[in-house]
Design a protein around this ligand. Structure first.
Ligand SMILES: Nc1ncnc2c1ncn2[C@@H]1O[C@H](COP(=O)(O)OP(=O)(O)OP(=O)(O)O)[C@@H](O)[C@H]1O
Ligand SMILES: [Mg+2]
Length: 242
């Protein structure tokens, strides 16, 4: 289980969740993308309606409930657990359970998927803590600015303070190598963040077009630099997962 996570908003979590999930699916993995953000952008990109009938609470009740909420998408091998829910409902549910709550919620359907990807809202909350406890790694998009690096340090501080052993795999997105500052930030990452992913997602208008096409890049612009960058990034992630 992986999460696209960042304290900072608007850094490409959702774009990355959708594209990485589509690449993994194209690679033959059975993928479930769980949209944890009540803004439901992932759900929108994959043309699913943002509603979980009966709310998330029913999910814990057994496998039959999942068939009603999980949707197949237009992408082969890629299913979606749509944004539900008042996140308050989910927070409440999580507060009642123990560690690894998200894993436990998914337990009845765990064997149906090879990979679960979480698209998280930009916050540090009860929900994020259960994300940290449940995933194998946090994929953290970094816009190459000083502020973005600062929020990455804040995340590390939070995890260290609480002894949360969740690996952080930052990667650079919205990058423009023609800009000196971007280049400097990108080049400074390896030293401080040895677990960073080496493939960088360029800033490209075709990524913004995902909102119009309502599809992952590989479905409508597979030969663009951004689509190829996501393919390579997925390759690197897949290799680490083993
Ligand atoms: N590589 C890119 N090049 C150009 N635009 C991008 C790129 N990645 C994302 N964007 C655009 O930036 C905006 C924010 O991206 P996205 O929604 O993926 O971020 P997010 O981190 O999920 O935001 P939020 O924190 O609000 O959930 C969107 O309009 C998206 O189209
Ligand atoms: Mg998002």
């Amino acid at each position: 289980m992986l999460a696209l996570y960042s304290i900072k908003g608007g850094v490409g979590k959702t774009a990355s969740a959708v594209n990485l999930a589509a690449e993994a699916a194209a690679d033959g993995q059975r993928v479930l993308l769980w949209d944890l953000d009540p803004q439901a952008a992932t759900t929108f990109y994959l043309r699913a309606k943002p509603k979980v009938r009966g709310g998330v609470a029913r999910l814990v009740k057994g496998k039959a409930a999942y068939d009603k909420v999980i949707r197949a998408t237009q992408v082969d091998n890629l299913d979606l657990l749509p944004a539900a829910l008042a996140s308050r409902e989910l927070d409440h549910l999580l507060a009642e359970q123990h560690e690894n709550q998200l894993r436990r919620i998914l337990k009845p359907i765990r064997d149906d998927y090879d990979l679960v990807i979480l698209d998280c809202p930009p916050s540090l909350s009860t929900l994020s803590e259960s994300v940290f406890a449940s995933v194998d790694a946090l994929l953290v998009p970094i816009v190459p600015t000083v502020l973005s690096l600062r929020t990455l340090e804040q995340l590390r501080g939070f995890l260290d303070e609480r002894d949360i052993p969740c690996p952080v795999w930052p990667f650079v997105t919205l990058a423009d190598r023609r800009r000196t500052l971007h280049r400097e930030v990108i080049d400074s990452l390896p030293e401080r963040w040895p677990l960073r992913l080496s493939h960088t997602i360029p800033s490209a208008s075709v990524v913004e077009r995902m909102g119009l096409e309502r599809a992952p890049l590989r479905s409508f612009a597979p030969r663009t630099a951004a689509a190829q960058a996501y393919r390579q990034l997925w390759g690197e992630v897949a290799q680490r997962l083993g």
